[in-house]
Design a protein around this ligand. Structure first.
Ligand SMILES: [Zn+2]
Length: 296
């Protein structure tokens, strides 16, 4: 009997445990189905909870980058001088070879009254910022202010003489000037070149403010421009429009160049009129006349 009771107890225990496990399994199954129901979307609260749970964490906003101050571009250092390429100073009949002198680099090349000659040079990089095409020219360019003044000069010349002008050469680049000077040295010799041709960097034509002129109808400039009706009128009246005749026989020793009847330079009306009325070269105005060998 004792063993029977024990067996009954055992069976009862087993059944109880089995039922318990069954209930636990059922309960577990019920829990497992819950997410499916939530995902049906019928329970808004649950959906919100689910959405909240599944939302990827808001990414931490990276801090707005501090705008670093625009770096001040360090200006390209402008050399103070262009050294001579010849070892000793060379003079030919009172004209110095520009290759034999150390030239000061001008610091204000955009100033339309700036002095550029054998002793005051532009850099190889300098190009005027406001070059424009010029009418009545051989496809030449000048700085805007000089081009405007040239048109006024042209109209006044036409009105006064019945003939216009022609701009043979205006702006010339550093490299063009180098080619011209080299060609002059090779073809005409150094004695001629140093009194008529500017070395690269030392030409007013690189300023876009110099004009080589001839009467309309011609296409080349000549020595006799100063004796023509048009040339005489320009010589006497150009200052009213801001131009000076730059190289004259009177100022050879000051400018370092021979007489050039065709070469004019824009400097502005005020300065041009002052130089005209005082019969003064641009070099003398700035107190920078060429130093002759005898003065050294
Ligand atoms: Zn010229």
């Amino acid at each position: 009997m004792g063993s029977f009771m024990s067996r009954r107890f055992f069976v009862y225990t087993v059944i109880s445990i089995s039922l318990g496990l069954l209930m636990l399994t059922a309960a577990a199954g019920c829990d497992l189905t819950s997410p499916d129901e939530i995902e049906d979307g019928n329970d808004s609260v649950s959906v919100i909870a689910t959405v909240t749970f599944e939302t990827t964490p808001t990414p931490t906003l990276s801090p707005t980058p501090t705008i670093s101050p625009t770096p001040t571009p360090s200006p390209t250092p402008v050399p103070t001088y262009v050294e001579a390429t010849l070892k000793t100073v060379k003079w030919y009949n009172g004209f110095v070879d520009p290759r034999s002198v150390r030239a000061t680099v001008v610091t204000d090349p955009d100033d339309y009254a700036v002095l550029v000659n054998k002793y005051y040079t532009l850099t190889s990089e300098y190009v005027p910022y406001d070059l424009v095409d010029v009418p009545y020219s051989k496809n030449q360019k000048l700085r805007q202010i000089a081009a405007d003044a040239y048109l006024e000069l042209y109209d006044a010349c036409m009105e006064a003489t019945g003939q216009g002008l022609y701009l043979v050469s205006g702006y010339r680049s550093f490299s063009t000037q180098r080619a011209l000077f080299t060609r002059a040295i090779n073809n005409r010799g150094v004695k001629f070149a140093v009194k008529r041709n500017a070395y690269q960097g030392r030409s007013e034509h690189q300023l876009g403010l110099a004009l080589d002129l001839c009467p309309a109808g011609q296409t080349v400039y000549t020595d006799d421009f100063g004796s023509t009706t048009v040339g005489q009128w320009v010589n006497e009246n150009c200052h009213r429009y801001g131009f000076i005749r730059r190289y004259t026989a009177d100022f050879i020793n000051e400018t370092g160049y021979d007489d050039e009847a065709w070469h004019y330079r824009y400097v502005g009306e005020e300065l041009a009129t002052y130089l005209h009325e005082n019969n003064m070269s641009l070099e003398a105005y700035y107190g920078r006349c060429q130093i002759l060998p005898d003065d050294e």
